[in-house]
Design a protein around this ligand. Sequence first.
Ligand code: F0G
Length: 508
Amino acid sequence: MLQVKLARRGVILAVATQFGPLLNRARDRSSGFSCFHLYFADFPVSNLAYQRCISPSCGQTFDIGQVLVACPSCGNLLDVEYDWDRAEVPKRLDQFESKWTQRHDPLNFSGVWRFHELLPFVSSQHVVTLGEGQTLLQQAELVAPYVDLAPGRLYLQYEGMNPSGSFKDNGMTAAFTHANFIGAKRAACASTGNTSASLAMYCAVSGLMKAVIFIGSGKISYGKLSQALEFGALTIQISGDFDDAMARVKEVSQELGIYLVNSVNPFRLEGQKTIMYRVLEGLGWEPPDWIVVPGGNLGNSSAFGKAFHELKTLGLIDRIPRLAVINASGANTLNQLYEKNNVRWGGGRADLAPICEFYDEMSRESRKASTIASAIEINRPVNLNKCLRALDWCDGVVREVTDQEILDAKAKVGAGGIGCEPASAASVAGAKQLRAEGVIGKDDRVVCVLTGHQLKDPTATVAYHSTDQAMFNEVLGTRGVRRASFANRAVTLPNELEEIVRAIKLYS
Ligand code: F0G
């Protein structure tokens, strides 16, 4: 029996870019899982949380009842912040383990909300959970030699196990919970596929909101599109790519007062922090040396940085792992800015000139992102500024990997038994590159985040393993992929017993 109590508070929707006026100008020129559950036992949250502009020179604060995706005064991104002195945070991380014995309670079953004390922006009664975050930190012995790591040193954080098949559910439960809290009736996102699948799922199961999703034309894999369609989302395909869809959905949400769940929404990133709590949990609460994550819109990397920064500030960890964010070469804005142009967070005073120049150049040349890793086919990452801050907190590095490297790494990950979609494999390809450079040491403990399930994009997988050269050329050759060195080819045989027996003896 559902009983929905909604706090109806002032709803203000403001949309701006994270760089404020400067980048605005640049842009103007271009132009089966567990049941839905609302939880009622109360968790004490007494106005602990507020929103704050991430720019230290602005730092304006806002009530959590306000719906904002940027600071109304300066246009920068917002954080959800807490008055930790008044929060009931465990003294040690292992105190969260007591919740494992209470898994009948959906709040403890959720891999996000069992860490509620570290994201206490609403009380339990508003939480909307689908049992997200039941994910695995897998020691990857078969993949470690490919990355050239010593035995026992590579781990894969498999976020494909989430209800909608990607890490997005970690963030969506948090954004959805906030939307529920403020009484929103419609939610929107632009998506390369996984955000839309996740949003559509939460809307369909809960019946609390209607989903409106924006996708670029031909830019979404069928695995993801099929989810959004079947879950009943209003699906709007626009001519253009993700960056175009992102700009448009911001405008439309503002115009119609629709709740926006893209990662500019600071509440979403609160949920994504928990991926790192579960990594720590999987490692007996000891931080690894490296977290390696694909970079698209840069929500994950931003959330991971905040998670570790907060844990360190709270005295719950003694050191912060290093962060490696991996772009696809065909969508490499972060790598270009961070590694090539040396753009840094600089205490909130990042040098905007090279950023604007880079964005202007992209506009002038009408340069569009292009990679087989469609989930990270993004040239204008909305969380760029927050990611720069995360890289600063985590002594981070950025790299880019080709589609060839992504698909080879993906085949290796799959052969190790945990399949992933192409974007996810960028993390493993990036770790391999950093290991070859000696940035990652052979004995370092490395966690690569696998962000999405293998079945999200079967086209890329089948084309890689196929003997059909025409299919290979069409799907992968056009992306500069030349070889399928780790392909597992299907064997075509006449339907004759003798031939089949001979083949099995030969191949196994
Ligand atoms: N991996 C997968 C599987 C994704 O779906 C995404 C983003 C990323 C990595 C990049 O993560 O934005 O936090 O850097 N997908 C978004 C979407 C953009 O619409 O589904 P990020």
